[in-house]
Design a protein around this ligand. Structure first.
Ligand SMILES: *Cc1c(COP(=O)(O)O)cnc(C)c1O
Length: 228
């Protein structure tokens, strides 16, 4: 717990430094702690340290942890992983926000399981690599996806874009392309201003490029175990 508190404080200090260096207010940046593969007890420890935003990338793990920690009512669970349409109901039941909507069929599936009047906030994931297997809509298809969701999915609200930097290339130019995607998205959905980008290896570059939501795992949690 002491180590966790130390790492969390160190990351938050680096976030504040990077924000100030970019002329930004650190208060406008949401730091999501990615807790995948770690036990629910780690999420509970983070909660005691004041963390209210956590990220998971697998539906079954998300569902299990939200059930175990149902008492922590003000904890927000961000779903950040690739989603199968058949898991849409379970994801919607457990997640406060979904970062990884990358195709019309997934948007439709999440919309179909929503109740009237209930709104799920979503981000459109953009693929910044040339590998179609990496998840995310191709940048050229972003506006079409945004129009599909805005026009056809009444229980979804598009808040912005999300991306993972390519492994094999520097992050800063990739995040600059994401910022351009964000501008194009806002030509379709003017208030969709959020940019979810930046992980342990590259969050200062993401902050410089305008990220509003950081998804930071191992720098805060320590090494991920291979199995729960
Ligand atoms: C695991 C994961 C992260 C966090 O990765 P770290 O390198 O541990 O900070 C962020 N985003 C997504 C989509 C992830 O799957």
């Amino acid at each position: 717990m002491d180590d966790l508190a130390t790492r969390l404080a160190a990351v938050d200090a680096r976030i504040a430094d990077a924000a100030r260096a970019a002329g930004r207010d650190p208060g406008e940046i949401t730091r999501i702690v990615v807790t995948k593969f770690h036990p629910a007890s780690l999420v509970a420890d983070l909660y005691r340290l004041g963390v209210r935003d956590v990220g998971e990338n697998r539906q079954q793990e998300l569902t299990a942890k939200t059930e175990e920690l149902a008492g922590l009512a003000d904890l927000r669970w961000h779903f950040i992983g690739q989603a199968q349409t058949k898991k849409a109901r379970a994801i919607r039941a457990a997640a406060s926000l979904v970062h990884s909507v990358d195709r019309p069929r997934l948007a439709d599936a999440l919309d179909r399981v929503g109740e009237d009047g209930d709104v799920l906030e979503v981000l459109l994931q953009v693929n910044l690599t040339d590998d179609p297997g990496r998840g995310g809509v191709a940048p050229a298809e972003l506006e079409a996806l945004a129009e599909h969701v805005a026009a056809g999915c009444r229980t979804l609200r598009v808040r912005g874009v999300m991306a993972v930097a390519p492994l094999e290339a520097p992050a800063a130019p990739a995040f600059a392309r994401l910022a351009e995607c964000s501008r194009r998205l806002r030509s379709v959905v003017p208030d969709a201003e959020w940019i979810s980008a930046g992980m342990t290896a590259d969050f200062p570059e993401a902050i410089a490029a305008g990220a509003t939501h950081l998804r930071i795992g191992s720098a805060i949690t320590g090494e991920r175990p291979l199995h729960i």
